[in-house]
Design a protein around this ligand. Structure first.
Ligand SMILES: Nc1ncnc2c1ncn2[C@@H]1O[C@H](COP(=O)(O)OP(=O)(O)OP(=O)(O)O)[C@@H](O)[C@H]1O
Ligand SMILES: [Mg+2]
Length: 346
């Protein structure tokens, strides 16, 4: 009996964790006109089965919006499945998305395997970073959107799936279409309800409320009792442009709280880590005065520029090397080599 109850409790805990992990519209902070419009559009979208395309810079809350739309839709009691299109390798992607039948390839599980589209049936599939998909995978996704059915790898029997698709990207898809990197037909299928999430620098009035929300979150996570952020610390945050948006703010506050004594309850300016803008200004100033005295070699100057630029990308990507390499347009391996060359520790 006890064993049975323990099992039930575990199940319930799992369920709660799953439910808690989801964001709702109440979690989204945003008072600017643009943000209110995005929230309004997302709420309307939630009541329809239509495909939604979330657009916005890195860290603006695209994933949060996707969760909120799912949580507010009739599908909320079914699965929300997130697929990071940038992270799954091209060779695995098809079997991950569509599943496979027994004997489809060596190493295939007996009895075959459901793909993520089937997992999400009745619920929502969130295709994150859709701009990173290869053109051939784009064709396969297009097929699902058009036919509402999938083909497991190794099978010729279509399975119908009932999923709401939410896609997200920080990529300029129109530009990608012009460069032949994104299929126009898929773009039109996805762009049924486009929602643009504005960057933080255009809505700095949200900073105080965002800070309070994030402080509350960190208190729970770290078991702290931080009450607020001081006026002078907030003023510094207001001066900054936040290239990494809310995710960067989250990192900055997280680091500030780590810098605080347990007895301190107010985040002061001195707790804040250095913000990138300041660092960049200082570094470029140093570079120019040096140049007046002795002429540096071209190599040294280029290295300096390269180093600063990599730091900037890492900062904007909150230290995520895969993301930083994408921003820089180089392979992750190339980035690692550079980090070693410039002795950058992340
Ligand atoms: N409007 C908001 N209100 C409260 N928290 C937010 C808001 N926007 C973003 N956040 C928080 O910022 C973090 C980043 O959000 P999210 O992961 O949704 O962004 P994203 O656009 O998917 O970013 P990326 O492009 O880096 O994947 C999350 O921890 C989220 O909780
Ligand atoms: Mg995201």
């Amino acid at each position: 009996e006890i064993k049975k109850l323990t099992e039930e409790l575990d199940q319930a805990k799992k369920l709660i964790r799953k439910l808690e992990a989801k964001y709702t519209f109440d979690d989204i902070i945003g008072t600017s006109g643009e943000m209110q419009m995005a929230i309004e559009q997302a709420k309307v979208a939630a009541q329809t089965p239509a495909t939604v395309l979330l657009r916005g810079e890195s860290g603006t809350g695209k994933e949060m919006f996707a969760h909120a739309i799912h949580s507010d839709s009739v599908r909320r009691y079914n699965q929300f499945v997130r697929v990071n299109c940038a992270a799954i390798s091209e060779t695995l992607l098809e079997s991950e998305l569509f599943g496979y039948v027994e004997g489809a390839f060596t190493g295939a599980v007996r009895g075959g395997k459901k793909g993520l589209f089937e997992e999400a049936s009745g619920g929502t599939i969130f295709l994150d970073e859709i701009g990173e998909l290869s053109v051939s995978t784009q064709a396969k996704i297009l097929r699902v959107l058009q036919e509402k059915e999938i083909l497991r790898v190794g099978s010729s029997k279509p399975v119908s799936v009932d999923v709401r698709v939410i896609a997200a990207t920080h990529v300029d898809l129109e530009q990608a279409i012009r460069n032949g990197r994104f299929r126009e037909d898929l773009y039109y299928r996805l762009n049924v309800l486009p929602i643009v999430i504005p960057p933080l620098r255009t809505r700095k009035q949200d900073l105080p409320a965002l800070c309070m929300r994030l402080i509350h979150k960190f208190n729970q996570e770290y078991g702290r009792n931080v009450e607020r952020i001081s006026e002078s610390a907030l003023a510094r945050l207001m001066q900054y442009d936040w290239p990494g948006n809310v995710r960067e703010l989250e990192n900055v506050l997280g680091r500030a709280i780590i810098n605080m004594q347990f007895t301190e309850t107010v985040i002061e300016a001195e707790h804040l880590p250095e913000l990138q803008q300041h660092r960049q200004q200082q570094e470029s100033k140093k570079g120019w005065t040096d140049q007046g005295e002795t002429v540096q070699t071209l190599d040294a100057v280029l290295s300096e520029v390269e180093r600063n630029h990599i730091l900037k990308a890492l900062h904007a990507a909150s230290g995520n090397k895969t993301k930083a390499s994408q921003m820089l347009g180089v392979s992750v391996r190339h980035l690692y080599n550079k980090l070693e060359k410039f002795n950058i520790k992340v």
